[in-house]
Design a protein around this ligand. Sequence first.
Ligand code: 5AD
Ligand code: SF4
Length: 444
Amino acid sequence: MSDKLIVMERRVYIKTFGCQMNEHDSERMLALLEECGYHETVKWEEADLILVNTCTVREKPEQKAYSIVGRFQQIKKNNPDAIIGIAGCVAQQRGEELLARIPALDFVLGPGKIYKLPEILHEMHKGMRGVCTVGFENGCPTNLPIPHTQQLRAYVTIMQGCDNFCSYCIVPSVRGRERSRPSGEILAEIHALVQRGTKEVTLLGQNVNSYANNTPRELTFPQLLAKIDEIPGLERIRFTTSHPKDLTEEIIEAFGQLKHLCEHFHLPFQAGSNAVLERMNRGHTREEYLAKTKKLREAAPQISITADVMVGFPGEGEEDFLQTLKLMRQVEFDGLFSFKYSPRKGTRAAQWRDDCTSEVKQRRLEILQELQRGITLKKNKELEGTAKEVLVEGRSRNSPHTMKGRTRCNRIVNFPGGSELVGELVTVKITEGLQNSLRGGRCG
Ligand code: 5AD
Ligand code: SF4
């Protein structure tokens, strides 16, 4: 390869930790980088730019991000001009401190400043190093280039930030206050995506249910859903994440009414004990949570309900933990993301004694996950014999003659078929419910 080509063809390796917002931010950063002449590589060893998009919501992903940057810095031995950047929530939270802590680090970029990436790289190419760009002052422009990775299924940000201040959560300080994107811009982006072949959109935000709550004269969240439902060519609408206290009757009713709204609701409950919920500053009780999930199932009997839960919050006793298990049995979640509480500096709960030992947290997590595995399998088995609409995503990893797709209720289905089906909606009769997926065969 000639020197000239090496200069023209810059390669970027992006490692992403955390939630779908981060995944989407990585896609958007990649789209910006492509406009600056970068191509994505899956081998960090051959990259000219390494970008680590970090998460700080729990201790584990933050520690992982530090250790991976430690490994990546070896790249400078062979390629001293290589650039290493940290983006995401750790960048926003720690800022300049990271540059002092990690000498090989060249820049720090907060999630509210993604649009500055081309400018920063321009400076880096001129030899500048040690740049820190964080904060939310001007709001991040949301009309950045649409990532080409978004095809059949795409993410669309509808709001950013969170005003809830759950006592354990660092998100409000690293993602800022709630800002909703104008509905006109959201609708235009979805129209553009559909033109390029998108069949399913997932509306993203820390708290999508409170979309435009602080923006008078804007559409409400259910009104926005109704407008999106009318976009010709769009087959499926999903959204995440929601807060129980903002889940209104109108949103619940939308499930019985909007043709393209998929029957899946991710509704974190965090704990089953009212005393713990109160200390978490969640703004809802277990009874309210149970009533809302019951209503969701009445409005859409097929609906799949998933959630986030934590064990070992300060002061969580055995009785409180039993309340969590009881709530799980009552709701019968279709899937559950479960975490051990870890104190995050700057949150209210971090001032309280982290009094559950790591052994207690581990034991509670194992009991909870065992219970959930049984419920998930039971629910998957209940689907045996039913016919499900499946959006075909691609070939299954295990066999070239098996295709993989997703039901409206967000379960993965593997079934015999060819790649001509990719992007199609097909009907599959479910023959087997497994722990993490379903198996079936096409009907008709
Ligand atoms: N410790 C453990 N889990 C946490 N989460 C948020 N903050 C913490 C914390 N300090 C979990 C919650 C949230 C999910 C994204 O991460 O369950 O819904
Ligand atoms: Fe964090 Fe609570 Fe906001 Fe969710 S609702 S992002 S848990 S503060």
